[in-house]
Design a binder for this molecule. Structure first.
Ligand SMILES: [Zn+2]
Length: 195
């Protein structure tokens, strides 16, 4: 029976490279891959998935009101791979759950666990609730400890302590950090803002 997989990691943990390598492995065995990602993430152009190490592939970009159930070409594919799955809606994750079981198509979702304020993204929350298999793609903080949280920085390099959960296309940047480094920086920033 096919499974729904959630592979999560912090920023810069090579999630996209993992997704594209997984696609390559399936295709090498003659399998047809349906590569998708939520269109809310348009950093690399809407119809392409690109990793920092140079791998890239065309994909279908899903808008928030798109029905995966209706769009899925389930007769023509062997596996579904979704990148940036934290931006899926609850309904879209529900669809992937049903497709994995009813059509016996493995669904592999790659994405972030939580946002820059350590709150779960809606897509990730639903995947934690529904996935058959949950695995962490590990990466390290600049101090050498495991990175578990994602910090948002503005163009001045200041860590952000408030703001919208999804804020793509500005001059902000993100970094995966361990909790100790993240928390220390957040406390320092809060102190600066009060003084
Ligand atoms: Zn650290």
């Amino acid at each position: 029976m096919a499974k729904l997989y959630f592979k999560f990691g912090a920023m810069n943990s090579s999630k996209t490279a993992n997704a594209l390598m997984t696609k390559f492995n399936y295709e090498e065995k003659g399998k047809k891959v349906w590569l998708i990602k939520p269109a809310i993430d348009n950093r690399d152009g809407v119809q392409i998935i690109k990793s920092r190490i140079g791998l890239q592939a065309p994909c279908l970009a899903l808008k928030t009101d798109d029905s995966i159930m209706q769009m899925c070409p389930h007769d023509e594919i062997d596996v579904i791979i979704c990148d940036e799955c934290q931006f899926l809606t609850v309904e879209q994750v529900n669809d992937l759950r049903v497709i994995a079981t009813d059509f016996d198509i493995p669904v592999l979702c790659f994405g972030l666990r939580a946002d820059f304020l350590t709150n779960l993204f809606p897509g990730s929350k639903r995947l934690f609730e529904l996935a058959d298999s949950i695995a962490e793609i590990k990466s390290i903080c600049k101090c050498g400890a495991k990175a578990t949280v994602n910090a948002r920085f503005n163009e001045k390099g200041e860590i952000q302590v408030e703001g919208e959960q999804v804020f793509i296309g500005g001059n902000e940047s993100y970094e995966g950090l361990c909790w100790r480094c993240y928390h220390r920086m957040i406390l320092e920033r809060q102190k600066e803002r009060r003084s």
